[in-house]
Design a protein around this ligand. Sequence first.
Ligand SMILES: Cc1cc2nc3c(=O)[nH]c(=O)nc-3n(C[C@H](O)[C@H](O)[C@H](O)COP(=O)(O)OP(=O)(O)OC[C@H]3O[C@@H](n4cnc5c(N)ncnc54)[C@H](O)[C@@H]3O)c2cc1C
Length: 1015
Amino acid sequence: MSEAYVVKMPQLSDTMTEGVIVSWEKNLGDKIERGDIVATVETDKAIMDVEVFREGYLSGPLSAVDSTIEVGGAIGFIVATEAEINRSDVAAVPVETETAVSEVETESSDVAPEVTATVAQAEPEGTVSVIKMPQLSDTMTEGIVVEWVKSLGDRIERGTIVAQVETDKAIMDVEVFREGFLSGPIADVDSVIPVGGPIAYLVETEDQVIRDSAVVASASTAASSALEVVSSSSASSDTHQIQPAAGSAIPAARPQGKQATPYARKVAGQTGVNLDSVQGSGPSGVIVAQDVMSSQPSAIANVSAVPEVNVPGNGRPMSAMEKAVSHSMSSSLSMPTFNVTVNAVPSALIKASKKKGVSVTVSIAKACALAMEKHPTMNWCYQPVDKLVERSQVDIGMAVSADGGGLVVPVLRACESNSLDQLNDDWKGLLDRARKRRLSPEEYANPTFMVSNMGMLGVSYFDAIPTPGIAAILAIASAGPDGMPLTITADHRVVNGAEVALYLNTLKGLIEQPDTWMGPTGPAIPEGNWDYDVVVIGGGPGGEDCARDLVAHGLKVAMINDSPYPGGECLWRGCIPSKAWRAAADRIRDRAHDEHLGVEGTTKAKLNWDKLEKTRRHVLETRGDMALKTDKGVKIKVIQGFARFEDDHTVFVDTGGNSDNPHQRAAIGDGSQGEKISFGCAVIATGAPPFVPPIPGAEESLGTGGILTSDTVWGLKSAPKRLGVIGGGAIGMEMAQIFQDFGCKVKLFEGQERILAEVEPEIAKHLTAVLNEDPNLEIHTSVKVKSIKGNPGAMKLVYTGTDDKDHTFSCDYVIMATGKRPVLEPLQLDKTGVAVDKGMIKADTRSRTSVPHIFAVGDVVGGLMLAHTAGQQGRVAAATILGEDMQYNQDKDSGVIFTRPEAAFVGLSVDQAKAKGIDAVEVKMPMSIDAKAMITNEIHGMIKIVADKSTRRIVGVHYLADHADTLIGEGVMMVAGDMTLDQVAEAIHPHPTQTEMFGEMARRLLSRLRRSKRK
Ligand SMILES: Cc1cc2nc3c(=O)[nH]c(=O)nc-3n(C[C@H](O)[C@H](O)[C@H](O)COP(=O)(O)OP(=O)(O)OC[C@H]3O[C@@H](n4cnc5c(N)ncnc54)[C@H](O)[C@@H]3O)c2cc1C
């Protein structure tokens, strides 16, 4: 016969110690499947289901409906076969059942039975329930009766609040979940009753109510009898010879998610050990007394080592709250702590908090949590013995003075993830309840970090004491001439001095520059008599879009650009000219498709280079002229010259080196001509020219023109016959295929294993295979270019191939497409304090640099070096300067690589999404099954949708397809608008278009998710 599985009273809330059987949902002998609900029980908070995760048959004895069973006590059994079912009548299972316990330890006496015994003696006739002092916090051992809300003889319904009690932390309600009449003996107002001790009774009928003045035993009596229990039991049955230190005899709260023996709980109560932090060594991990004792050796040793000085006079007993503070302060003596202080100027934070309408305390809490993103150890804690608890949720306890004296420490939860507004709302409620000492246990239990702000009391310096369970406490003193002292007292077992110092410096930065994380609280332009409100340096997409937005809001703006026309690299050397060449290449390529559709006589296309160049230049010049006229028309002061900083509010505009050739960047002048301009804010949008790595011979060949870059390739007088391209990024790939389409023999060399690092891996791999099918294009990855030499028209490029051998490629020109890097030295940023990181200007998502009134946008800040990225960042900078809340979000940015087929992306790939903690899944469809693609013979490639499994939000769309530059529009809207698969699945796409693929893919992925969920 197999052993019966015990259905136990589950612990359904952290304060629940027992439950009442409300109903049996299954009958004796019923077949039980995993996940079946067999009963409902009433906890201290609600009526909840008892679910069983075993298969078998429900067997008796079952606890009677309405019987009260301790958490962990058996309420029924599951047996394997019908033959084993015990069909005996429903019976009450004894309240004190602790199945695992008695087998493990012989120590069986507990305080609760002793208290119950006292109750039993005084219990009035017809008692249906004993109203006990509830344990309302994990540290609570006794409570004071503050007020009886109901009177003796009152009819009590389920959920009625009968009394209020004061715990060690707050004044709380005593709620009753049974029906009956309130009866004595009743605990007096102001009497101290141990947790679990009776404070009153519920009797069945009104005439059974005891109305006399008899009162239940107060804590002093209960405690002394409990101590007696301890001493007698340890003498008789403590097989482990444990001598717990004297202390509370009330058992500790049950640990969450594990079991502890009653004796272990008692020892924990006596030694002040939190059972949640103890590892059990008993059967199935049950915590036994020995575990409790060995978990706190240092604390116990320390507490007993504290000398007790007997002072003359009659001391009054401490209140519950005073005792709690005293005990936790004594236990903090076991922590090896040290102090570190840093001063911060709080004026910006105070101003920003006021403008946002949030409390400064809450802003500081949020800043503390944000600083922990960089220094997570500050949120950890030591756990006995020799363990560290690594926590990511930041729950900050902040001391508040209660009405009538005393400190209460409400805990502001999830400061790392909740918004400032949310935290402020939470805090308002907490503060109100804390002052009245009406906090619930979950509102003050288990902070992970603490803040004590005595600055408001005019304290010029102090430090605070951390208590076990946290690694550090921050003491905030009032601001003096050097700022506001922020002192952290920290546990050296968890963090060291350097970590705390770094944390404090990060915190100081956040306090002094709140705009970086609170968002703008007003226009960023400092007061002053500036020549211009804003000076924008650079007239490319980043600078021009920024300047236009600023003047549209009435600001006085100068845009300094070192070329005669705006447009920057994008117009003169980048997007637009390359797409003019691409358009010609497309026409040639499309002729091959004519044949496929039966259109003959068009296949022999011939390129007229001069005509193409004439068209290209015309487009550039027309657009440049249009842009300049618009800029001037909207009242941007366009200044041609090269700007460099003189200080953080002044630039010198050098007008001596200007080039009159709109196609080229101007040389920098010698400083003899120009003007000084002062500004409130500056926006650096100076771009990033091509970077040429130090390959032997590269510099010389740049000089002769044998090596071309994206700056100089536009000077070609004809399409080369043989071309070497170094670099498999977007520029290199586009150039390589354009020239192959022009009839040139092209070899592309890439050092990495794959091309197009920013493109989704499968798309990039597939594109390489497709391009290698082009007759005149070879893509070589994982190769090293060793040297380049020769003259224009006769160049030699030596490279080491994947075969480890050196090869030589002879060609007319080499295009160096090895990335772009900002050139920062001429800007003289050192005169401003603007920070630079790895050769790029450091800017946050609001385009702010390390100097609050100086911004940087576009290629000069790195990231995706794309024109629309620069434009968006320019608009973000303008919004921030104007005091509006706007941020650049790279996770929603997009790009198109104009090869044939085109590679394109918006948002995240599956790998990128997973790295951000999103449970991502993808669906893909090959272009070869699309009717339109088949008609035009544009069948290469695929489209992929990446979505978040749980929310079904679309987080990315990836393409390898002809016309991806148009198809990307729908993907951009999906990602930008946080659209879900369901919305795309329901959208009505027109037929026959390639957009139908999106609906199809969304429906397919939804169906897959539905099916996999069912398994
Ligand atoms: C061949 C090629 C093809 C490209 N194709 C695409 C594409 O298809 N799509 C896409 O999105 N992006 C493309 N790009 C990238 C795009 O051109 C850039 O990302 C974009 O131009 C960056 O804009 P920006 O405003 O940051 O800088 P820029 O456009 O570089 O503008 C900066 C301007 O500031 C001027 N300047 C610099 N220093 C100073 C100074 N101290 N004082 C005054 N003026 C100064 C510069 O001369 C320049 O005019 C391509 C680039 C190349 C080279």
